[in-house]
Design a protein around this ligand. Structure first.
Ligand code: SAM
Length: 468
C-alpha cells in the first residue's frame, strides 16, 4: 500500500484508483486555479534548516509551488504549516510532475537491466539509492539529504524478531513476513543493476535496500499506474479525519492539495493518507493513531479435517463464491479469511461482520448432505451465493453463530494475553523499543475493540434467537 492520489483532469474529476467517490463529488465545486491571495506572513514552528528547500524546488521547477505553506517541525517529524491565513478551497501547493521522482527518472542504462518482475516501488527505491550515492552531485541532493534516516523508520519490516513477536495475534505479523520476503525478492531482482554498476551502488546490502523501500512506501504516491515521490507534499502528516488529499492534475501535470478547511497562521496542515487501519498505517508508515475508526481484524475459518462432510463442503464452497470484495486495508488473504470491522452498538444487522463470514459459519454448522443440497438449491434460485440469509432451522442458525463466537472469543483471549505482556515502560525510559511497544499496544487494542464489538453482537443475536 502507498499513498494514493486522486486523479483529476482539467475541467472535471476523473476516476480515482481508490473508492474515494464521496470525495470526488465533494470536490466538484472547488476551483483550483490560483493560490490563495494572502498578506502578512507570520508562521510559527518554522524550521530554519529547511529555509532553502522550497526556493530550491521552485527554482528546479521554474514555477511557484506554494506561497501559503512553510516547513516546520511537529511531534510527527517535519510538517507543513500555514504561513498565512488559508481559506477552505484555497490551493495549498502545486508540485509539477517535472520535480517528482518516478521510475522514469532512473538512467536508461539501469532501467534496461530490470526485468518485468521489478515493480515501481523497487524502481523508485533504486533511484533513491542511486541519487544517494551521487551525493552533492545529484540534481536531487537537497531532497535526498532530508529524507529520514533508518533509525527514524518504524514500519514493522524494520522490527526485530522480538519486537514482531509482540504483535503475533494480528494479521500484520504474517503480512510483515510476506512484505519482508517480497523486499528480499525485489532485492535479488535488482541485484544485476548493483553488480553491473558497482561505482554507482557500492555494494548495496539488503538492509540498505529495505531502508530505501521503506522510504518509498511511507512517502510516495501511487496514481495513473506509476509511483512517485513528491517533494514538499511528502512533508504533510496524516489525520484520519481530514478531507484533504493529494490530487493529480493530469492535464496540467502537477500534484496539488486543496484546503478542506480554514487555517490560521501557524496551524499544521494535515491530509488523510487514506482510510487506513492501524495495521496498514504501521506496515507502510510506521505509526498508529489511537481509536482508529478504520481498524479491522482478519478472521480465518477452516473446515476441520475431521468433519465427515469435509470434501462435500469444500466442493460446495469451490462452486459458490463466499468472499466479499477486497478492501483497502485487507492483507494478502486466503479464501477462508474474512475482515471484520467494528459493529456499532445498537446496530441490528451486525454491520461490520461480513455476510460472507456468516455464510461460511452456516456451512460449517451443517451436518447432513441433505442440508447441503438444500443450500445449493437455494443459492441457485437466488444470486448463486450460499447461505446469505438466516437459516430456517433456528438451532442450526444459533449453532453457526456460536461457532463464530467461539472463534472470535479465542482471538479476544489471545489479544488480551499479548496486551497484558506489553506493560508500559516507566516514564523515564524512552527510545525506539518503547515507541514500538506503544505501536504494538495501539494495534492490538484497536483490534481487540473490533473483536469485542463483534462478539457482543453475536452473543445478542444468539440470545434473541433463543427467546423467539
Ligand atoms: C509522508 S511523511 C510526512 C512527513 C514526515 N513527518 C517527515 O518528517 O518527513 C510520513 C511520515 O510522517 C510521520 N507521520 C505522519 N503522520 C503521522 C501521524 N498522524 N502520527 C505519527 N506520525 C505521523 C510518520 O513517520 C510517517 O512515516
Amino acid at each position: 500500500m502507498l499513498l494514493h492520489s486522486v486523479i483529476v483532469t482539467n475541467s472535471c474529476w476523473a476516476q480515482s484508483r481508490r473508492p474515494l467517490v464521496s470525495t470526488l463529488f465533494r470536490c466538484f465545486s472547488i476551483s483550483f486555479n490560483s493560490f490563495a491571495s494572502i498578506t502578512s506572513p507570520e508562521a510559527s514552528h518554522i524550521d530554519e534548516d529547511f529555509d532553502d528547500f522550497l526556493p530550491w524546488l521552485e527554482h528546479k521547477a521554474a514555477a511557484k509551488i506554494s506561497s501559503v505553506l512553510s516547513i516546520g517541525k511537529s511531534s510527527y517529524g517535519r510538517a507543513l504549516y500555514a504561513a498565512r491565513g488559508i481559506r477552505t478551497g484555497d490551493c495549498l501547493f502545486k508540485v509539477p510532475y517535472s520535480v517528482q521522482l518516478a521510475p522514469d527518472n532512473l538512467p536508461v542504462e539501469i532501467t534496461c537491466l530490470l526485468g518485468d518482475e521489478v515493480g515501481n516501488v523497487a524502481k523508485v527505491a533504486l533511484l533513491i539509492l542511486h541519487e544517494k550515492m551521487l551525493g552533492q552531485n545529484s540534481e536531487w541532493a537537497p531532497y535526498i539529504s532530508c529524507l529520514p534516516q533508518p533509525e527514524d523508520l518504524h514500519s514493522t519490516v524494520f522490527w526485530t524478531d522480538d519486537e514482531l513477536a509482540m504483535i503475533r495475534p494480528s494479521a500484520l505479523y504474517e503480512e510483515t513476513l510476506r512484505q519482508k520476503a517480497q523486499i528480499e525478492k525485489d532485492f535479488w531482482a535488482v541485484k544485476l543493476a548493483f553488480d553491473r554498476f558497482p561505482d554507482r551502488f557500492c555494494d548495496v546490502t539488503l538492509q540498505e535496500f529495505t531502508y530505501a523501500y521503506g522510504l518509498v512506501t511511507s512517502r510516495a504516491w501511487e496514481g495513473s499506474g506509476s509511483v512517485s515521490m513528491i517533494p514538499f507534499a511528502d512533508f504533510l502528516n496524516h489525520d484520519g479525519t481530514s478531507e484533504a488529499y493529494v490530487l493529480s492534475n493530469e492535464s496540467k501535470k502537477h500534484s496539488e492539495v486543496i484546503a478542506d478547511r480554514d487555517f490560521a497562521p501557524g496551524d499544521e496542515v494535515l491530509i488523510r493518507y487514506g482510510k487506513f487501519s492501524n495495521a496498514t498505517l504501521l506496515l507502510d508508515f510506521g505509526f498508529t493513531v489511537s481509536c482508529n475508526s478504520y481498524d479491522q481484524v482478519q478472521v480465518e475459518l477452516n473446515i476441520p479435517q475431521h468433519d465427515r462432510l469435509y470434501t462435500q463442503k469444500l466442493e460446495l464452497l469451490d462452486r459458490h463464491s463466499t468472499r466479499s470484495i477486497k478492501d483497502v486495508n485487507e492483507f494478502t488473504s486466503s479464501r477462508n479469511s474474512f475482515t471484520i470491522k467494528e459493529v456499532k452498538s445498537g446496530c441490528k444487522k451486525g454491520k461490520g461482520i461480513p455476510q460472507s463470514l456468516r455464510a461460511f459459519a452456516r456451512i460449517l454448522a451443517f451436518n447432513s448432505q441433505e442440508e447441503l443440497n438444500e443450500l445449493a438449491a437455494e443459492a441457485a434460485r437466488n444470486d448463486g451465493r450460499l447461505a446469505r440469509h438466516p437459516l430456517k432451522n433456528k438451532n442450526r442458525e444459533i449453532a453457526a453463530h456460536q461457532l463464530l463466537l467461539s472463534e472470535i472469543s479465542q482471538l479476544v483471549e489471545e489479544h488480551n494475553k499479548y496486551i497484558k505482556l506489553l506493560v508500559p515502560a516507566p516514564p523515564y525510559i524512552c527510545g525506539k523499543s518503547v515507541l514500538r511497544r506503544r505501536l504494538a499496544q495501539d494495534l492490538l487494542t484497536g483490534e481487540l475493540h473490533v473483536l469485542k464489538s463483534a462478539s457482543a453482537w453475536l452473543e445478542k443475536y444468539c440470545s434473541t434467537l433463543r427467546t423467539k
